[in-house]
Design a protein around this ligand. Sequence first.
Ligand SMILES: C[S@@+](CC[C@H](N)C(=O)[O-])C[C@H]1O[C@@H](n2cnc3c(N)ncnc32)[C@H](O)[C@@H]1O
Length: 292
Amino acid sequence: MTELNQLFTIRDFIRWAVSQFNEANLYYGHGTETAWDEAIALILHTLHLPHDINTMVLDARLTESERSILLRVIKKRVDERIPVPYITHEAWFAGLPYYVDERVLIPRSPIAELIENHFQPWAHGPIESILDLCTGSGCIAIACAKAFPDAIVHAADISRDAIEVAKINISRHGCEDQVHVYQADLFDGLPPKKYDLIVSNPPYVDAEDMAALPKEYKHEPELALKAGRDGLDIVTKILREAKNYLHPKGILIVEVGNSEVALSEKFADIPFMWLEFERGGGGVFLLTYEQL
Ligand SMILES: C[S@@+](CC[C@H](N)C(=O)[O-])C[C@H]1O[C@@H](n2cnc3c(N)ncnc32)[C@H](O)[C@@H]1O
């Protein structure tokens, strides 16, 4: 392989990967936003180096086996359009690392920011019970458990595969006693219980957006994205039933992304509060028990 005889240092590999990524016109949306950040994430993780390495190390020569592995993962990213977290099996959410593979969506919800802020100023009173509907990797449930150490968290997903991955993360973060997983079709399959907070990042991609998804997203489970013609199939069911599972002071927080407009039009009489985020993102609404 010619590249193997021409690339020797970390700096060489970062430069080459950025050129390859730009030439291939890759899509970034799974944790990074540029070819540069994507290359650094992939290369440093593969070399087991921290993101804040001393730049003196950039010109250290790599071993032959390290160079072969780097060539392989860079080519995998380009040729198969696999998002970096599925190659490294790691994604970060609310400051915590999660194991991910193609059984679950790669965590990226702006809800992380709400969790880090303990849902202030929206949550009134203590939050002792939390339901994460459509949990996927378990990232929202686990981040909530860390933010509210005294709360019990229920995490539900219809996918057996997703439940398996959520369990890996629950065990990785040592919160087996606090986070309980249920295989459930939304509320159907949950214990009869009321929560102080129901939070969800459900599937919400409409048919038009599904047809136009960049190749990177095709590696994610269709079940995690697709939500009918208007993207509202799942959120409509959540709105219909959530009140039965909330305490009178409870709140419901749901991400619907680009389907915000369609949802506001479909339910013009519901006073959705659309939340704003310092780190970007949107399409997340809040409703109180009374508003539901
Ligand atoms: C957009 S992903 C969100 C995963 C995770 N909460 C996150 O933010 O990264 C949606 C998840 O909903 C699950 N799901 C789809 N339909 C469902 C249903 N009817 N009931 C429960 N979970 C469902 C999918 O399996 C997928 O894991």
